[in-house]
Design a protein around this ligand. Structure first.
Ligand SMILES: [Zn+2]
Length: 490
């Protein structure tokens, strides 16, 4: 009876007051300034302040002015960037319960969908401390907003800048994962090494197969000659192209890692580095590279609303444009791949095996063939004329000429970006050992695969893929010694 009574009292009165007072709560919100994956600096549509979700938060407490840290456990920030850790230290514990205390908080950028590593390949982290707090509820927010490289600012630990950029990349890669997950296209956790050395100003990252994306520290800064100070390029007007370039490159490398896991890792030709994008590669490397560029553009638009208006990255060449790209192609020593008309013209005229082989492994035509798949109005473009819009130095832009070369009989929209990723992520399943053979690793193999999956995507690509091949082939250019591909349809 006595026991039951005391339990009843406990229920009515609650826990004894000593325990109440010892219930510490440390909580807060984690955010990062996003000046990277946004459509325009200062844009209202995409807030510059975004929550850092799924970050591991480790907490320590100390009643001393220096050292004496006792672990209070860890948690993860939620989708709003909020975290909370509760602790009930006993008064008998070394740091007791009621004394004022400092807190040390460590953020680790490792979650379900992405991981940022430091050059030593440990999880990139950021640690900060508070002043002494009375308790028992302590709110500790963190807003990472150091977007100017801070290593020359006399700081003993220059981690705030690294943490800001790490958090931005982590945030972006998490969103890319979520899109792949929502689209059911083989979402993969992608790792990135940041910063991978000092680097130079070339803004090129690379993907180590089986490991991670690697980008250098110099991606985000610019050293002005007059002040000799490193500055954030994104804050400067006239540099928005660099931000777009950086975001496309970061997504491009994400696509490589995703592609490695879902489709294939290309065999790189000996003597060439994976970072070199020659005009002519092997089929599989060209497809690997051009697919990453193509997918990065539409993913950045879908996920971050970044519209890439650099037509080199987005627009479809007309057939004269493809012809010109071949004509202008140069080897690293500056000599042309196709020495002169004696070689190039007969190849186009005859549509020979040699010509086709090069067509299916050349950067420009493979990019073209990929972009044709999702271009909503491809049938209205002129693929046959030598005319061009734009400037004489860039005479390869699309020229809309719906009367002369109307292909609207085949005006079906072919694929959505989601369907393209879906097809890539299931491509290997078409083979018994789940390995895409070398011979199929290219635009030709992928087109054939899409043709066989016409039922899945409910289009008639199987009938139309030969037309698409013609649309990207200068042999069929109306005024380039060829017939027009649409003549048979009209
Ligand atoms: Zn690449």
């Amino acid at each position: 009876m006595k026991i039951i009574l005391s339990i009843l009292i406990s229920i009515i009165l609650g826990t004894p007051s000593v325990l109440w007072s010892c219930n510490w709560k440390v909580y807060g919100r984690l955010e990062v300034k996003n000046d990277l994956f946004i459509s325009a600096p200062g844009s209202n549509a995409h807030s510059q302040r975004v929550p850092i979700s799924d970050v591991k938060v480790r907490l320590w407490a100390s009643t001393l002015n220096s050292g004496g840290w006792a672990s209070w456990g860890s948690t993860r920030s939620n989708s709003a960037g909020n975290y909370q850790i509760r602790k009930r230290p006993r008064e008998a514990d070394p740091i007791g319960c009621n004394k004022r205390r400092r807190f040390k908080i460590k953020l680790e950028f490792d979650g379900r969908s992405a991981r940022v590593l430091n050059p030593g390949m440990q999880t990139q982290s950021y640690t900060f401390m508070t002043s002494k707090k009375d308790g028992k509820e302590v709110r500790v927010n963190k807003y990472l907003n150091t977007t100017v490289d801070d290593r020359n600012r006399g700081q003993t630990i220059s981690t705030s800048y690294k943490a800001t950029r790490a958090a931005q990349i982590y945030w972006a890669y998490r969103l890319l994962y979520q899109k792949a997950n929502a689209w059911n296209v083989g979402a993969e956790k992608i790792s990135v090494v940041w910063p991978d050395g000092l680097g130079n100003m070339d803004l090129l990252g690379w993907s180590a197969p089986g490991c991670c994306v690697r980008i250098t520290r110099s991606w985000f800064w610019y050293k002005s000659d007059d002040t000799n100070v490193w500055v954030n390029i994104f804050d400067r007007s006239g540099y928005s192209w660099r931000r777009k370039w950086a975001t496309r490159e970061l997504t491009h490398e994400w696509v490589h890692q995703w592609f490695n896991k879902n489709a294939y890792i290309p065999n790189f030709t000996g003597g060439r580095t994976p970072g070199t994008h020659d005009f002519l590669e092997t089929h599989q490397v060209t497809f690997y590279e051009e697919f990453a560029e193509f997918a990065a553009v539409f993913l950045n638009q879908e996920v971050f609303h970044i519209v890439d208006n650099n037509y080199d990255n987005t627009e479809i060449l007309n057939r004269y444009g493809v012809y010109k790209a071949f004509k202008d192609a140069r080897r690293p020593n500056g000599r042309p791949y196709y020495s002169d008309g004696r070689v190039l013209k007969p190849m186009i005229r005859q549509n020979s095996r040699k010509w086709k082989k090069d067509l299916y492994r050349a950067q420009d035509s493979v990019a073209n063939y990929l972009r044709l798949l999702i271009s909503p109005s491809w049938f209205r473009k002129s693929y046959g004329t030598e005319s061009f819009s734009g400037t004489t130095t860039k005479p390869t832009r699309i020229f809309i000429d719906p009367i002369q070369y109307d292909c609207s009989d085949v005006s079906v929209r072919m694929f959505t970006p989601r369907q393209i990723l879906h097809a890539i992520s299931r491509w290997k399943n078409a083979f018994s050992n789940r390995r895409i053979p070398d011979a199929d690793r290219g635009i030709l193999g992928f087109y054939n695969y899409l043709g066989r999956r016409s039922n899945t995507y409910q289009n008639d690509f199987d009938q139309q893929k030969s037309l698409f091949f013609k649309l990207g082939n200068p042999h069929y250019a109306g005024k380039k010694d060829g017939i027009d591909a649409c003549q048979k349809i009209l």
